[in-house]
Each structure stands twice: as structure tokens, then as C-alpha cells.
Design a protein around this ligand. Structure first.
Ligand code: ADP
Ligand code: MG
Length: 677
């Protein structure tokens, strides 16, 4: 089986270079990957109904005899229509196909077929247009539906899958050791793969699912545990001097209990024998920056260096400003390094890091670039870690000799889940907001009420407070300038004349962005019209209204992040969700946000509403992309898999027993490719 992961998808008949690109897009560059590309659903063909019972526009299966083979009946605007008839025993109904001469040879008069598709009613008479069909005698009970991409439909994927299954060697190498499989009542891999794609019965499908879910979670656990046990080694930097009390004195505020606790935990890690691997998870506004600063201070005071890496230039600059102000008047020297640092300055900064005269480096991934060397890098912090992959976070640690690692994330996921997903990290949770915050009030409105909402923003501006307005990007990766610029222009000339309105979008140069952000931060702008570039981390306490246009376009977690840009001071803040979406799912999302400001509850709901594919699959989280398991639904299996993985590694910590060699290979593959960034 392992070798099928080295067999390019082009080994399949009918898959050339061009198709291969499409298969790559659905995550299947190799035959092995294809076999692990599971259906997103199934069409149930096992319960055919008489056509008169069909509901309009609902796909259904109808078993019927062809009474007239479709033939070309009308040519119109270059379209050839094929019309035939079928009889389900109660009703004779028309079958319609377009531009499909093949159809007249595929459907035979007098034979029985199972037709699958939507039923349409014309003058109350039912008919089927371009239904799929199977000879009734050899019809499968269910049929897989695959996630398609442009140019690659589910049917083509199905055909490729059939071939891929034929390539499975007679005895596939099963990553799950046999005794484990037996003790957990799991079916063999070959059977599981066949049944997940082309189940012979519903029961077989369930068995296949259970086995593959277990396998996925088990391998994930094994790989995380291997990482956790193996990678640490000896700490290069034992920081025995606790300098944090001194640091708390530098702050303009009193740290929260949660901040103190997180720092205490990390300080204890950094004094220990092996390097720290810690995740600090805190809801938006919980004060993660101060925690990072405390630990950078701790490193500096122990004679070493620290680096803090942020995902955007904007954030890096903001962190730099924050840390510099905390450390001002002390002997701790902080530098900023980003992609737009001028050459000359850059040289001086690199020199100060290489000779150790700068103790703290704040920056973007520019910190990872070649030529950046540290004299004594002892602590690597990555902020908003979901934006970085595991690869980047270890690239930063590679700049030092076994340095400590801290990752900070504002993605609140349920604790049990976090422990399993970030199984290689220890966890601190900032479960307390700084005092004096008033929860943000959230309202969902329809676009008809936009005018009133803008009046609300105007009143706040007149009182000296500021607002954000988020405009959607037209398309992901698309030019977001147009919508922001247009929107801002309309505000200036029509809707809010007289107010100072700034714009921020992804196409601006870092320096321009920074200039605008700076003006907003110091109160020179009343309103900032922006795309989601302000989503992460930006901190302007005087901003009190967050208005989000087309709120239905965003996931719950993202909306929560956006909302987190306000409510950072003592003023009452508001989040206004503008949406005309009527669909159930969007309405529920808005309702959740209006009812709670607790990020953990939002995350739970996000999981529940979106399901695993989207929640975990989305690049938002930097979480492993699961192909089949649903972390929320399969929690019991997850625990099972976790226990089994722990037990197995207790017995054979490095997986060196012969019967575990294969498992080791698989786990490494899981660990290598699991995280998106
Ligand atoms: P996040 O966890 O979202 O990164 P930040 O670190 O940006 O949060 O902090 C949010 C705001 O709260 C900042 O303005 C910061 O100065 C302030 N803050 C942080 N800790 C405290 C505290 N203990 N007391 C009062 N304000 C605090
Ligand atoms: Mg932050």
C-alpha cells in the first residue's frame, strides 16, 4: 500500500498530465491519496419510489422500464434534445437529455433501469431531465459522491477510483497492527477501502467508516506522541532566574490571574531539562501579547535572546511598539525585522542579533530568512499560530540550539480537542479577560437598515469614538481594493460626509497599510473601511463599533475574531452584522454571535454548524486536515484511538518492533503532511 502513495495518479487509464493537475487539486496526486479521498456523501439508490411520489427538485431513484429510447427531437440554438419515455408501472414519464447522442445507444427499449436525479413537474406531470441510470439488475445500493472541482466531476472520480481499487495488491499492508484491529473489532484495510467507496450494503459502509475513522485518529495520535516524546531532547537554555515580578512592574496595568498563571507555567518549563513546547490559547483580547512579552523579558534577563514572529507586517509592527514601550528605560533592546525593513537598517539589525546586543527580535516570517542569525536564541514565540504551519514554527526554532517554543493562538477550541490536536504541545489557557471590559453587544440587521446603522457610527464619531467597517473581498484572492475603495468613496460623498474615513486592503504596500493603521490608532480617522486584513490581532481600544457587511460570508470563528477588534477598552462596544441571507445555517450563525461573546462557545457552535470538513479542513486553523473523522462527532473514537496510541507507545516507544515498522512509516507520513498553514 505504501507504494501506491508513490504511484502517480497518471498510472490510471484516462488520467493524463492535465487531469492529474485536477486530481492534485482534490488532494490526490497519487493513487494512494486517491484511495484515501473519501466520498463526501452517498446517493441512496436502495429505495426507489414511484415517480408520482417524488418531491419536486429532490433527487430520488425511480425504477422504470424504458418504453421509448430517447431520440433527437428538436434542434434549437445549437442544442439537440433527446426525448424518450419510461414507465414505472404507474406512470409513463418523459426522459430528457441534451446533446447526448450516446444516450440512444445506452438506454434500451423494454429494459428496466434505475433512474437517479431530480424530478421536475410540467403541468403537474412528472418527468426526469438528464437523470443518471443503471441497469436495474446490477444496480448498487448506494453510490459515492465525491467533492468535485471544475473540470473533474464526481463521476470521473468514481471511475478513477474503480481502477485504483483494482491496483490494490491482493494483501494490502495494513498500518494497523493485527492484534489492535482484532481487539477493537475493526475490518481489514482492503475491505474498508472497497466498502467506503462502493459499499455492498449499508452495514458494510458503517464498518468501513468506523475502521477508517479509527485509523486516521490513531495515526494522528501516534504521530503527535512521537513528536512530543522524541523531538524534545535536552534544553539548550535552562533559565533559572525568575525575572517576571520585575516585568509585571513595567506594565501599565495589573496582569490578570490567567496571564500570571500562563507565564508561571512557561517560566517553569524554561527552567526545566527539556525545551518548552507550549501553546497559549486565549480568546481575542485576553492579553496574549503581555504574556509573550513577559517571556521575552525572562529570556533576556537570563542572558539570552527571544524572537516573536507574527503573521502580518501590521501585527509585527504593533507587537514591536507594545514590547518597546514595555521595555523602554530598561537595558532590554528590541528590534523589528520585516520584509519591508530598509536594506541599511536591516544590516544593522542583523548585526545586533548576531552579536547579541539586541535581545528581542519582533518580526514577520522575514525572521526566518537566510542571513538572520542569533547569538543566543533561547525562545521562539509565534503569534496567531494558526496562520503558520508546523514547518514554519520549527523553522524559527531552527535558528537557535534547542530553544524553547511558545505558540499563541486565538482560535478557541474545546480543551479536550486542543489537547489532542496539539498533542505535541503543553497547553495554557487564558480564560479570563482583563478587568473593566464590557461585553460587546452584537446585532444582526438586514441591509435595509444600513442607513440607520451608519447614523449610529456617525454619533459615535461625534463623541470621539471610532468604528470599523468590513467589506467583503469579491472573491478569495481577488482584488479587494475595488469594494473597499468604492465603499469608502460612497461614505465620503453620500452617506457620512464630513467624517474622516480611511481604507485598508490587501493590495496596499506594507508601508501604506501601516500609515493608515497608524492614523486610525492615534485617532486621526473616524472610520476604517477594510477587508479582513484587520482580522488578526489589531488593537485599537478607542474603536467601539465593528460593522460587517455580508456577514454571511464568514465563518463563526472569523466573525468572532473580527468582533474581537472592538470591546478592548472600557467603553460599551457594538458589533453590527449586516446580512440579507435567509438560509437556516447563516441565520443560526448570526444567532450564535448575538447570543454569546464567549469564544469557546462560539467555537463549539462553529464545529457543530459547519461540521468537521469545513471546520478542520479550512486553512483558518492550522489544524490537521482530516479526511474522514469528525472530531466533534467521533469524540468517543478519538478517545479510544488516543488510549490505544498511548498504550502502544508505552509498550514500544520508538515503534521499533518489526510488527510496528509499517505503523511507524504511516505515522511519519501523517505527521509530515498533516498541517496546513
Ligand atoms: P490578544 O490576546 O487578543 O492578543 P492583546 O494582547 O492584544 O490581546 O491585548 C488586548 C488589550 O488588552 C491590549 O490593549 C492590552 O494592552 C490590554 N491588556 C492586556 N492585559 C491587560 C490587563 N491585565 N489589564 C488591562 N489591560 C490589559
Ligand atoms: Mg494578539
Amino acid at each position: 500500500m505504501a507504494s501506491l502513495f508513490q504511484t502517480p495518479i497518471t498510472a490510471l487509464r484516462g488520467v493524463g498530465e492535465k487531469k492529474a493537475k485536477l486530481f492534485e487539486r482534490i488532494g490526490a496526486p497519487t493513487v494512494g491519496d486517491l484511495l484515501y479521498t473519501f466520498p463526501r456523501g452517498y446517493e441512496d439508490l436502495s429505495h426507489p419510489i414511484p415517480i408520482r411520489m417524488a418531491s419536486p427538485d429532490q433527487p430520488c431513484a425511480v425504477r422504470a422500464f424504458v418504453t421509448r429510447t430517447p431520440s433527437a427531437v428538436r434542434v434549437h440554438g445549437g442544442v439537440t434534445l433527446y426525448r424518450g419515455f419510461a414507465d414505472d408501472g404507474e406512470t409513463v414519464f418523459p426522459l430528457t437529455y441534451f446533446n447526448n447522442p450516446y444516450i440512444s445507444h445506452a438506454l434500451h427499449e423494454g429494459e428496466e433501469y434505475l433512474f437517479y436525479g431530480k424530478v421536475t413537474f410540467l403541468h403537474l406531470k412528472p418527468g426526469m431531465t438528464t437523470p443518471e441510470f443503471f441497469p436495474a439488475a446490477s444496480c448498487p445500493p448506494v453510490r459515492p459522491i465525491y467533492r468535485q472541482t471544475e473540470g473533474l466531476n464526481s463521476r470521473t472520480i468514481q471511475q478513477a477510483m474503480k481502477q485504483a481499487l483494482l491496483l490494490l495488491p491482493e494483501t494490502v499492508h495494513d498500518p494497523l497492527p493485527e492484534d489492535l484491529r482484532e481487539s477493537h473489532g475493526l475490518c481489514p484495510l482492503r475491505q474498508a477501502l472497497e466498502d467506503i467507496h462502493f459499499p455492498s450494503t449499508m452495514q458494510a459502509l458503517e464498518e468501513a467508516k468506523r475502521r477508517l475513522i479509527f485509523e486516521e485518529l490513531f495515526l494522528l495520535q501516534i504521530s503527535l506522541l512521537l513528536l512530543k516524546n522524541g523531538e524534545r531532547g535536552e534544553s539548550g537554555w535552562r533559565m533559572t532566574q525568575d525575572a517576571t515580578e520585575e516585568f509585571w512592574q513595567l506594565l501599565p496595568f495589573t496582569p490578570t490571574g490567567a496571564q500570571r498563571r500562563a507565564v508561571r507555567e512557561a517560566v517553569a518549563d524554561m527552567a526545566g531539562d527539556s525545551p518548552m513546547r507550549r501553546l497559549v490559547q486565549g480568546d481575542v483580547g485576553s492579553g496574549k501579547t503581555a504574556v509573550a512579552a513577559a517571556l521575552c523579558w525572562q529570556a533576556a534577563k537570563n542572558g539570552a535572546q527571544a524572537a516573536l514572529m507574527a503573521p502580518t507586517e501590521l501585527l509585527a509592527r504593533q507587537h514591536f511598539a507594545t514590547l518597546s514601550s514595555f521595555f523602554s528605560g530598561t537595558d532590554v533592546h528590541t528590534v523589528l525585522l520585516t520584509g519591508s525593513t530598509p536594506k541599511k537598517e536591516r544590516a544593522a539589525i542583523l548585526a545586533s542579533l548576531a552579536d547579541g546586543s539586541a535581545q528581542v527580535a519582533v518580526g514577520t516570517h522575514a525572521l526566518l530568512s537566510e542571513g538572520v542569525e542569533f547569538a543566543r536564541l533561547a525562545l521562539a514565540v509565534t503569534d496567531e499560530q494558526h496562520r503558520f504551519g508546523v514547518g514554519q514554527r520549527s523553522a524559527l526554532t531552527a535558528k537557535g540550539r534547542s530553544p524553547h517554543m511558545l505558540v499563541m493562538s486565538a482560535t478557541p477550541i474545546p480543551r479536550t480537542l486542543a489537547l489532542m490536536l496539539y498533542g505535541d504541545l503543553d497547553l495554557s489557557v487564558l480564560d479570563e479577560l482583563p478587568p473593566g471590559r464590557t461585553p460587546v453587544l452584537t446585532y444582526a440587521i438586514s441591509s435595509e437598515k444600513r442607513r440607520r446603522a451608519l447614523g449610529f457610527l456617525r454619533r459615535h464619531a461625534q463623541e470621539g469614538r471610532q468604528s470599523y467597517i468590513i467589506c467583503p473581498m469579491i472573491d478569495e484572492g481577488d482584488d479587494d481594493r475595488a469594494s473597499v475603495t468604492e465603499y469608502a468613496a460612497r461614505l465620503r460623498t453620500e452617506e457620512l460626509p464630513g467624517l474622516r474615513i480611511g481604507e485598508l486592503h490587501g493590495r496596499m504596500k506594507p508601508a501604506e497599510k501601516e500609515e493608515v493603521m497608524g492614523r486610525f490608532a492615534c485617532g486621526d480617522l473616524d472610520i476604517l473601511v477594510s477587508t479582513t486584513v484587520v482580522e488578526v490581532g489589531v488593537d485599537v481600544p478607542n474603536a467601539v463599533v465593528m460593522m460587517i457587511e455580508n456577514a454571511e460570508r464568514y465563518g463563526l470563528s472569523q466573525l468572532h475574531q473580527l468582533r474581537g477588534r472592538v470591546g478592548r477598552g472600557s467603553q460599551q462596544s457594538y458589533c453590527i452584522l449586516v446580512t440579507d441571507a435567509q438560509n437556516q445555517e447563516a441565520v443560526s450563525r448570526m444567532r450564535v454571535l448575538c447570543s454569546t461573546t464567549d469564544g469557546f462557545r462560539v467555537a463549539d457552535e462553529d464545529l457543530r454548524l459547519r461540521g468537521p470538513g469545513d471546520f478542520f479542513g479550512s486553512r483558518q486553523h492550522g489544524l490537521p486536515t482530516l479526511r474522514i473523522a469528525d472530531m466533534a462527532e467521533d469524540l468517543a473514537v478519538l478517545r479510544d484511538a488516543q488510549d490505544a496510541a498511548a498504550a502502544l507507545l508505552r509498550a514500544d516507544p520508538t515503534l521499533s518492533l518489526p510488527e510496528h515498522r509499517r505503523l511507524r512509516r504511516y505515522a511519519q507520513r501523517t505527521g509530515g503532511g498533516q498541517t496546513s498553514g
